[in-house]
Design a protein around this ligand. Sequence first.
Ligand SMILES: [Cu+2]
Length: 335
Amino acid sequence: MKTKMILAVTGLCLSAGWQQAEAHVSFATPNVTAEKTTVIALQVPHGCDGQPTNEVRISLPEGFVFAKPQPKPGWQLEIITGTYAKTYDNHGDKVTSGPVEIRWKGGELADAFYDTFNIQGKVSGIEAGANLAFPTVQLCGDKQEAWTDVAKDGADPHTLKSPAPTLRVVAADTAAQAGHDHSAMHMDASTSAAEAKVENAGTYTAGDITVTSAYARAMLPGQPVGGGYLTVTNKGAIDDRLVSATSPSAGTVEIHEMAMQGETMRMRKLNDGVAVPAGGTVELKPGGFHLMFMKVKAPFKAGDSVLLTLTFEKAGPVEVLLPVKAAGTTGTGHE
Ligand SMILES: [Cu+2]
């Protein structure tokens, strides 16, 4: 498959409904609770260039332990074991080795079909807010599809051509609280974890709109644009919309969306901004909606703060200070 990243500068008429999950191998639930036995569901949305999938291989990262795959009718299982880098406690037993790769083999998943592959396991010894990548390969006869690109720490997944499916680790206590409520609370759990990770992230309010977890990425030398991320919550009963953003640190600030259209990852400018429905929460995050600082006056450095004014249709302007977090080794995909 040719996955290309295209910066769509023109007003492409993209139909609603396409999502990253439709084209990439990904997990059904993007968050995983630390230190709790859980089932993760890998979604395989298509074959390799139209060929049916005969084998799915998933590598388990350090910190995802005591893994047990769920057998699937029509597929044989192979579990490859290895030594863990750390020692884990399994109900009092010290465990130093276990499954490091799982293979479902000998099946036939037609390109027109979708399926999930489940693994029970536990995330242990990993900080909340971290991302765990599970590099995955689909084998289809003599073809293969490798989902093995992993963003370097702090890097923007914008630049990944074939991203490995990842899970975001959520703190056990936050998720436990969320568990008492309906599913919408899970969003709050992940937001809290993200907040906890960003130092000095403030809460900014105008009317019914609250902005939290705001940050910008440090820019690499020669990188022309910077990325900004934040979470917007609308506590009101009326739909609102983030219509524009400005910053004294940049010539212009654009509202972008990164998403899969068919098999192509596209970046596009949202001229109408982003809707924030009544009672809803919208996350601007790497790989999804985000702010793009264009014509940046001086490259953002870790430890700096970037002043940003967001303008909402109903709530009006909100001033937000974005702490700058360290960048990884990759850019934003806007070069
Ligand atoms: Cu962008």
